[in-house]
Design a protein around this ligand. Structure first.
Ligand SMILES: Nc1ncnc2c1ncn2[C@@H]1O[C@H](COP(=O)(O)OP(=O)(O)O)[C@@H](O)[C@H]1O
Ligand SMILES: [Mg+2]
Length: 398
């Protein structure tokens, strides 16, 4: 059914960087499924001639009025489908407008509640009760807590050396409140605490375990998982075009690290939670960024994040060239592949994303697409896959 909309496949790609996302095709079963698809495509081609001859005959025998009515029906179905899909996916220019959002300094927990001011040190001390630790990273320890019968998350600085990261994260949380970012409920700078909305499904790191629970197994579909990947790219697009300028998600040196910075909401969307390492690129002032002051290694980080002068020259942060937000684009294929998982249909989605993922893995950052371009492609692929599932064969009729 979906074979007819497969994009052109280019198996002869030789970039050494493909290894970080091509292993998904390297198990025997996955290779088999791909070549099975290819065979099907060839079979389809062989049958095409007789198929078109038959269709031609049927069309000639049909009264012209009926043909027109059929075409109009297909057109109408397409319009309805388009309207249905656009109700799901607002255009990118309206990405950040959320009618439920309170003015800066206020928050709302639950759709029907009023906006309340962010909780102060006193209110946090008096009204918030810590229940249990639900997460810990390099900077913060996070506690499930209770505030006025609502579950909330209380984050506390654990390492005083990382005070500046903590305060930077708080500043970003305050400035970037939107549907892409975890909701801020209050903070106390003096005690290094931040209060945010609690998300019981935790971070994206535990996505596979969550989707394995009987309660959520029904959501373990390529469609739901692809929407998470779209959310992730949409968040990158927001950070790269934020009200503060172009921000780079630097807390992202390996896959687990990236995943732990994003939370899965109960309605199965993604919000970014940890904004502690989010430097600003100021291209017009010629200011680029560096993710930390230590040498980075491995294939997960972008090539421009690696020490360029070989092993003979010892690493020196002062000599390390800075870079920009295209490091986030390099990481998209790896994160998306994790989010898509290994379930029925996810390899088909992967095939459709193959070309744009190859672009993301270009060695030269300038040649990589912007988050907006990746987002547009992801959306188009989702729309065409949904259309194909809803109305198989309509493309052929048209
Ligand atoms: N609002 C929240 N709801 C549920 N879990 C959370 C929340 N905030 C953080 N966590 C959990 O705590 C972990 C660490 O939080 P994070 O802010 O990334 O700390 P760090 O800055 O130390 O990396 C997250 O990966 C997640 O599992
Ligand atoms: Mg973190």
């Amino acid at each position: 059914m979906m074979i007819s909309i497969l994009p052109k496949w280019t198996p002869s790609i030789t970039s050494h960087h493909q290894s970080s996302f091509l292993p998904l095709y390297t198990t025997r079963s996955r290779l088999l499924s791909f070549w099975d698809l290819q065979e099907n495509v060839e079979d389809c081609n062989m049958e095409k001639k007789s198929h078109y001859a038959k269709k031609d005959m049927i069309l000639r025998e049909m009264p012209p009025a009926l043909v027109v009515v059929l075409l109009l029906a297909v057109l109408l179905l397409n319009i309805l489908l388009y309207l249905y899909l656009s109700s799901f996916y607002v255009s990118s220019s309206h990405l950040d407008l959320d009618p439920n959002l309170c003015p800066s300094g206020y928050f709302r927990l639950g759709p029907l509640k009023n906006c309340s001011p962010w909780l102060s040190c006193e209110a946090i001390d008096k009204e918030v009760r810590k229940l249990k630790c639900v997460g810990e990273g390099a900077v913060k320890k996070v506690f499930l807590s209770e505030w006025k019968e609502s579950k909330v998350a209380l984050s506390q600085l654990t390492n005083s050396e990382l005070e500046n990261d903590f305060l930077h994260g708080l500043k970003m949380l305050k400035s970037l409140q939107s549907k892409h970012v975890v909701k801020l409920l209050g903070y106390c700078k003096e005690q290094y605490t931040i209060l945010t909305e609690y998300h019981p499904l935790g971070s994206l790191k535990s996505l596979n375990e969550t989707l394995d629970l009987p309660k959520y197994r029904g959501l373990n579909t390529w469609h739901h998982r692809f929407i998470l990947a779209i959310d992730y790219v949409r968040i990158l697009h927001y950070l790269h075009n934020s009200p503060l300028g172009t921000l780079v998600m630097c807390d992202s040196n390996d896959l687990d690290k990236v995943l732990s910075q994003y939370l899965l909401t109960s309605d199965f969307h993604v919000v970014v939670n940890d904004l502690d390492a989010l430097p600003l690129v100021n291209r017009s002032a010629g200011r680029l960024v560096k993710c930390g002051h230590r040498e980075l290694q491995g294939e997960f980080v972008a090539p421009e994040q690696l020490w360029p002068y070989g092993e003979e020259v010892p690493f020196d942060d002062d000599l390390m060239p800075p870079y920009d937000e295209k490091t986030d684009i390099w990481k998209i294929p790896d994160v998306s592949n994790f989010l898509l998982g290994h379930i029925e249909g996810s390899d088909i989605v992967r095939l459709h994303l193959f070309d744009v993922h190859m672009e993301c893995k270009k060695n030269n950052p300038v040649e990589r697409p912007s988050a907006q371009m990746v987002l547009d492609t992801y959306r188009k692929v989702l729309t065409s896959l949904i259309r194909e599932v809803a109305m198989p064969g309509t493309r052929e009729m048209l």
